[in-house]
Design a protein around this ligand. Structure first.
Ligand SMILES: Cc1cc2nc3c(=O)[nH]c(=O)nc-3n(C[C@H](O)[C@H](O)[C@H](O)COP(=O)(O)OP(=O)(O)OC[C@H]3O[C@@H](n4cnc5c(N)ncnc54)[C@H](O)[C@@H]3O)c2cc1C
Length: 288
């Protein structure tokens, strides 16, 4: 059933202070509306329970990509099109660019934002695994002030996150590690374009003399939230790459994921694919 449009309100705002005041006025009264690519799908399906939205699309404080020697900082309104075209990101954070390039089609990439993807909290979202691998932090702002926190640990359950009703995601920052990472990103869906992930995997590792000196592994669609597979990382860090190590890593990963059956896939298939993607990544690392 389609939504009854006159029941909804979209307030226009052009400055951050006005938005933060609205968000703080009544708890949960107003919600941000960014690119609208998630919200409009719900509206069209008659499944958008919330009625009052404030348009944040034109806020300069949430826009732009800034590069400093320590960080690349991305406004929450950065679109997928902006991500996939940015030179520094393409060079140093290619997993995020690949995630952006594989998100929806051109129209969605022009309108969908990084902040919306993270705030929507879907376990199948494609950019958070890449952000997790890069140790991204996010800045949350409200009329009470601002706070930075790591994306790792931001989600506590299905669509549950450390984002209060009066807070906006303002921006993300990615530390520029300068490490020589081997990087890997793979989204497995029903088809190559316009598919929601059955499994999404982002990974990076540094290797010296056949030994894994550092490793980061993040998954989407195999648990109630996107997450860093920290136990599997721990089992691999400092170890020599071998067939035995690979098999032990698959066993550890099995304890960290909790895939479900849904309309897109089955739990056993997702488990199988997650294990294979991990194996594929480890096999591509130099073993001597
Ligand atoms: C055809 C189609 C294909 C898609 N394909 C993919 C895909 O392949 N992969 C994928 O991951 N997603 C996909 N999506 C989902 C969607 O495009 C993304 O999640 C997008 O990034 C959402 O951003 P938005 O700005 O449009 O969010 P909106 O729809 O505006 O908002 C989404 C949610 O986030 C909140 N929000 C938005 N911005 C902020 C902020 N700065 N601070 C706090 N809360 C905020 C809103 O209140 C709302 O709850 C697809 C959507 C469509 C319609």
């Amino acid at each position: 059933m389609r939504a009854y449009l006159p029941a909804y309100h979209l307030k226009a705002a052009t400055d951050l202070a006005t938005v933060l005041r609205l968000l703080s006025e009544e708890s949960g009264g107003w919600k941000p509306f960014a690119g609208g690519t998630d919200l409009m799908v719900l509206l069209d399906a008659g499944k958008l329970p919330h009625r009052d939205f404030v348009n944040i699309w034109n806020l300069p404080e949430l826009s732009g990509i800034e590069v400093t020697p320590e960080y690349v900082t991305l406004g929450a309104l950065t679109t997928y099109t902006e991500l996939r075209r940015h030179e520094t990101l393409l060079r140093e954070f290619p997993l995020l660019c690949q995630a952006a390039a594989e998100t929806g089609g051109i129209a969605t990439q022009n309108r969908g934002t990084l902040g919306g993807n993270v705030a929507n909290g879907s376990p199948a979202a494609d950019s958070p695994p890449a952000l997790l691998v890069y140790d991204a932090e996010l800045e949350l702002v409200s009329a009470r002030g601002a706070r930075w926190r790591p994306l790792h640990g931001f989600y506590s359950g299905y669509k549950q996150m450390d984002l209060r009703s009066d807070e906006l995601i303002r921006r993300f920052r990615l530390p520029r590690s300068g490490k020589d990472w081997k990087q890997y990103y793979r989204k497995v869906g029903t088809r190559r374009a316009q598919a929601i992930s059955k499994v999404c995997f982002a990974a990076a590792a540094s290797v010296a003399d056949g030994r894994i000196t550092d490793i980061r592994l993040a998954f989407g669609s195999v648990a109630p939230t996107v997450f860093r597979a920290t136990a599997t990382e721990q089992s691999l860090r400092g170890e020599k790459i071998s067939a035995a190590l690979l098999s032990a890593a698959r066993e550890t990963l099995a304890t960290e994921i909790a895939p479900i059956d849904d309309v897109r896939s089955t739990a056993p298939y997702r488990r199988h694919v997650a294990h294979n993607l991990l194996a594929q990544f480890l096999e591509m690392l130099p073993s001597r």
